[in-house]
Design a protein around this ligand. Structure first.
Ligand SMILES: Cc1cc2nc3c(=O)[nH]c(=O)nc-3n(C[C@H](O)[C@H](O)[C@H](O)COP(=O)(O)OP(=O)(O)OC[C@H]3O[C@@H](n4cnc5c(N)ncnc54)[C@H](O)[C@@H]3O)c2cc1C
Length: 337
């Protein structure tokens, strides 16, 4: 195994003691970079109550080492203490690259860390590579409204920080013969911060499924006419095992809560299937769904913008189409669900 200094790090994420899928997706990105550089790949876990058996899974799926800082005070993501832990780890172990997921916590933690450690950050990278000769990280992402792909380097500062969209890479298959080290690093309680005390945690009401991790999402927009009609979306999502999303207009009308909002000022999602019902396809909404594998648009207006981006555009009245779709799905799934 190669050196610990100058290693490539990937940020694992947990929720209530369970590792999230993005932790494994990032390892497949990090593995390629670490192999090219001939350095170790380290998975960093800041959180609480993740068992060693689960941390070992990070090794089976690509990590050489796991550095885990766990404490009940770190159970839920709060930027300040997480950033102080990460900054201390950076000072002690001096990685060359840190990759995080472009989730709400990754998008908050990494800019904060970049400022504190005086280095650069490229958000929402779609491709990562190593420059021949210099070993610099080549960070490629769409720029100028997605019209060009820009490749960004951080030649003078370390570590090089980048975020990567969830679901943009596949985890490596587990290899039970892989061996590595799990290092438990004690938490310094002074990092908890004077101003931050968590009294409780509001659980997202996203049908038990995190939107950013969901394989299937059914979203509703203003075309649903009123809040009660969101029951059609919830029912369809329940049948499909999908998460429920929404446009900002639906959220602004209080038909559904903000954690469901998708788009520029909401969440970015990358499901296998995104079903938009009564959503026009404003650029701010499209910004959050562009990396979905398959987009289905159900809209009464044949010229709706979302139909242009969609793989399947269904022109028609949602109040006829959704109940029909529901009926057929239930008939097809029969006793299977
Ligand atoms: C700074 C900024 C940030 C923003 N961030 C976001 C964001 O994060 N997410 C977001 O979504 N928006 C965002 N917006 C708002 C965005 O510009 C649009 O206003 C919003 O996306 C429109 O929501 P909608 O598609 O539900 O409504 P509309 O644009 O009103 O579309 C409703 C659609 O429903 C269709 N429809 C009507 N009746 C039916 C029917 N019976 N069956 C089927 N279809 C029907 C209509 O044809 C229409 O296309 C932002 C705007 C700004 C300025």
């Amino acid at each position: 195994m190669s050196e610990t200094k100058n290693a490539v790090w990937t940020m694992a994420e947990q929720f209530e003691g369970r590792l999230k899928g993005v932790s494994f997706e990032l390892l497949s990105r990090g593995r390629k970079l670490a192999d090219k550089l001939g350095v170790s790949l380290v998975s960093i876990l800041i959180g609480d109550a993740v068992q060693d058996g689960d941390l070992e899974q990070l090794i089976k799926q690509g990590a050489d080492q796991v550095y885990a800082v766990q404490d009940p005070k770190l159970a839920y993501f709060v930027c300040e203490p997480y950033a102080m832990v990460l900054e201390k780890l950076i000072k002690d172990f001096q990685p060359s690259i840190i990759l995080a997921a472009a989730t709400s916590s990754g998008r908050t933690l990494m800019p904060y860390t970049a400022i504190r450690t005086h280095t650069g950050l490229t958000a929402d990278c779609t491709e990562l590579d190593i420059e021949e000769g210099t070993g610099n990280l080549l960070q490629t992402r769409p720029a100028i409204g997605g019209n060009i792909m820009a490749t960004i380097k951080t030649p003078d500062h370390r570590p090089q920080l980048a975020t990567v969209r969830p679901k943009s890479s596949r985890p490596l298959s587990a290899d039970s013969s892989r061996r590595g080290e799990i290092k438990h690093i004690p938490y310094d309680p002074s990092f908890a911060g004077k101003g931050v005390e968590i009294k409780g945690y509001r659980r997202e009401e996203a049908g038990g499924v995190h939107l950013e991790e969901a394989d299937v999402i059914v979203s509703g927009g203003k075309g649903l006419k009123k809040g009660e009609n969101f029951s059609l979306i919830h029912k369809l999502a329940g049948t499909l095992g999908a998460a429920v999303g929404a446009s900002r207009d639906a959220v602004d009308r209080a038909w559904i809560s903000y954690p469901h909002q998708i788009g520029l000022s909401g969440k970015t999602v990358s499901p296998k299937v995104y079903i938009a019902v009564g959503i026009s396809g404003a650029i701010q909404h499209l910004a959050g769904i562009k990396t979905s594998e398959t987009i289905v648009s159900i809209n009464i207006d044949p010229d709706a913008n979302l139909h242009k981006l969609a793989d399947l555009g269904i022109v028609g009245d949602a109040f006829q189409i959704i109940p029909e779709l529901q009926k057929r799905l239930e008939a097809r799934l029969g006793g299977k669900k």
